[in-house]
Design a protein. Structure first.
Length: 141
């Protein structure tokens, strides 16, 4: 029964990785390639690691495989977002079939921030912890 489960999961994982490679070839622009590749490859590698966790009965192998799956699911979308944001900032063109560009005119070219973002060094009173607000109010009295 476990062999059948491993065969099914590994087949689905391999197909997901195959579809990710097809996405690299078929998608018309960088942003769509990035999106398809990250989603499909994360699922494919995650399923293959799940197969390894099931196949090897040793608890250390299973724990490591599950930890890798967890970190892969956490880090892949963040990395893809940052790569996409850097590509947009450097002017990587969108596909001509893109209907709407919601970020057009929203970036400050010098700082790389959205116009409604504030630099992280400048905290407003609402962003400061409550203890610091109370101390700063006492200092002004």
């Amino acid at each position: 029964m476990i062999d059948i489960l491993i065969a099914i999961l590994s087949t689905i994982g391999a197909l997901a990785i195959f579809f990710a490679s097809l996405g690299i070839l078929r998608m018309p622009d960088f942003y769509l390639r990035l999106s398809v590749t990250v989603k499909a490859a994360t699922m494919g590698v995650g399923l293959l690691l799940l197969c390894a966790a099931i196949l090897f009965p040793d608890i250390s192998v299973s724990t490591k495989a599950i930890a890798i799956i967890f970190f892969l699911i956490i880090t892949s979308p963040i990395a893809a977002h940052m790569i996409g944001r850097a590509a947009y900032l450097t002017g990587t063109p969108l596909w001509k079939g893109t209907i709407i560009d919601e970020l057009a005119g929203q970036y400050d070219k010098e700082t790389g921030l959205l116009k409604n973002e504030k630099p992280s060094e400048q905290k407003t009173d609402s962003e400061q912890p409550q203890g610091q607000i109370a101390e700063s109010e006492e200092e002004t009295k």
